[in-house]
Design a protein around this ligand. Structure first.
Ligand code: PLP
Length: 445
């Protein structure tokens, strides 16, 4: 007998089946409507069912969907590369197209290592990452991910990379100012580089705003500027993982733009094609690509579907849509409104320790005790309960627990499509409030 393709192992029952989507809404086959309050996995950022994207898909499919990247480039790929170079900070003028965020970060890892080889410094092979980070599920990407829960079973297979603390303002040492905390956390990078030796370290990787492993944790101002200085001082490349934060999500084109920082490598995914097709990218500076081109001339990366014209055309159409509808600016404005509403909810709820976010990448962290910030035991699954209650009442939100596996509280991400209106945010908040109230009654009995 055929088994359902997806089964929720923890519930032993099947998922609802999606039927279709329009704007911020998804519908299941029974006709029930859901607000896509997290754009799926922070992905569907222009909303569902947009006809002009469907038109581009059809048009490109009729022209050519697939041509192997070693045989051909295409107008779609070249125009997409040009648009990204135009949007990206600094000298990030080169894009390599892949299919997922994990492939993008793993490609960045390989380019960083290859760059130092071409520079005659082959010992620089290790990456430094941060606890409470997520850079992907494949082994290279997971090696760089400080996501305790996702690493746990595979530790023997992962590269032994150093990991430093992330800035986590909500849980900073008592009495420490945000300015001092920014320097304190960035200082950990310098300490790690000096301990291991700059001749060992190829790159430092970080998400501008911590996503899946923390729930929209925003660093204090000054942190990334300091990180950039330290990377420059010790010849360590800086990889900004913008898979979740890129393409307008935080109210700027890229997360690092909030601090004016220019990475050496940048990874994109999710919002880059807004879920209309699998698409992701690794961007690198002229310096990196010129060095590799002068050397072996061959980037050791690539997949069968890399740079296929179909996905490139869709992604280009998505970026044009974002521009035409001013969605970067809208994310900043609507994000401020959503954050205000989340703060009001946090103020009145005894189980929300912090409401936080940047643009439309927002999070709620649940705690047992608001005074002491003591987390609920993860076994209670408080965030998972809120997600389940919200789902029942027709609201989708995204889990962000397990990054520190019980050391800190669990969290959810609220990240609706960048097209969301104020009335739709109010509707989202009514459902979220109801879900939080139901769970707080359960857990505080
Ligand atoms: N990097 C970041 C910051 C992410 O949030 C994710 C996914 O959540 C990834 C990488 C991995 O992307 P994918 O799931 O497309 O492989």
């Amino acid at each position: 007998m055929q088994r359902s393709y997806v089964i929720k192992p923890e519930l032993g029952k099947e998922y609802a089946r999606v039927s279709h989507g329009k704007g911020i809404y998804l519908y299941d086959v029974s006709g029930k409507r859901y607000i896509d309050g997290s754009s799926g996995a922070v992905t569907a950022s222009i909303g569902h069912g947009i006809e002009e994207i469907a038109d581009v898909m059809r048009e490109q499919a009729l022209k050519v969907s697939f041509a192997y990247r070693s045989h051909f480039s295409s107008d779609a790929v070249e125009e997409l590369g040009a648009k990204l170079a135009d949007w990206a900070p600094g000298e990030l003028n080169w894009s390599f197209f892949v299919n997922s965020g994990s492939e993008a970060t793993e490609t960045a890892q390989k380019i960083a290592i290859q760059y130092w080889q071409e520079k005659g410094r082959p010992t620089k092979t290790r990456m430094i990452s941060r606890w409470m980070s997520y850079h992907g599920i494949t082994m290279g990407a997971l090696s760089m991910s400080g996501h305790v829960l996702r690493r746990k079973r595979f530790v023997p297979l992962l590269a032994d990379y150093p990991v430093i603390s992330p800035p986590y303002p909500y849980r900073r040492p008592e009495g420490m100012s945000l300015e001092d905390y920014a320097m304190h956390c960035a200082g950990e990078l310098e300490t790690a580089i000096l301990r291991i030796g700059p001749d060992q370290i190829a790159a430092f990787i970080a998400e501008p705003v911590i996503g899946a492993s923390g729930g929209a944790v925003v660093p204090p101002d000054g942190y990334f500027q300091r990180i950039r200085e330290i990377c420059d001082r010790y010849d360590v490349l800086f990889i900004a993982d913008e898979v979740m934060t890129g393409i307008g999500r935080t109210g700027a084109k890229f997360g690092v733009d909030h601090w004016g920082v220019k990475p050496d490598l940048m990874t994109l995914g999710k919002g880059m094609s807004a879920g209309y097709t699998p698409m992701a990218a690794t961007m690198a500076t002229d310096e990196l690509i010129d060095t590799i081109t002068r050397g072996s001339g061959l980037i050791m990366a690539g997949h069968t579907y890399s740079a296929n014209p179909q996905s490139a055309a869709v992604s280009l159409a998505v970026l044009r849509y974002v521009e035409a509808h001013n969605l970067v600016e809208k994310a900043a404005v609507q994000g401020a409104y959503l954050q205000k509403k989340l703060q009001e909810l946090a103020d009145e709820s005894p189980i929300i320790g912090e409401a936080r976010g940047l643009g439309l990448l927002c999070g709620l962290e649940f705690v047992k005790d608001k005074q002491t910030k003591e987390p609920f035991p993860l076994s209670m699954g408080v965030a998972a309960r809120v997600i389940a209650k919200a789902f029942e009442s027709g609201l989708l939100v995204y889990p962000a627990s397990g990054g520190l596996d019980g050391v800190a509280g669990d969290a959810i991400i609220i990240s609706p499509p960048l097209t969301i209106t104020t009335e739709e945010i109010d509707e989202l908040m009514d459902l979220l409030k109801k879900a939080v109230q139901q769970v707080q009654e359960e857990v505080r009995q």
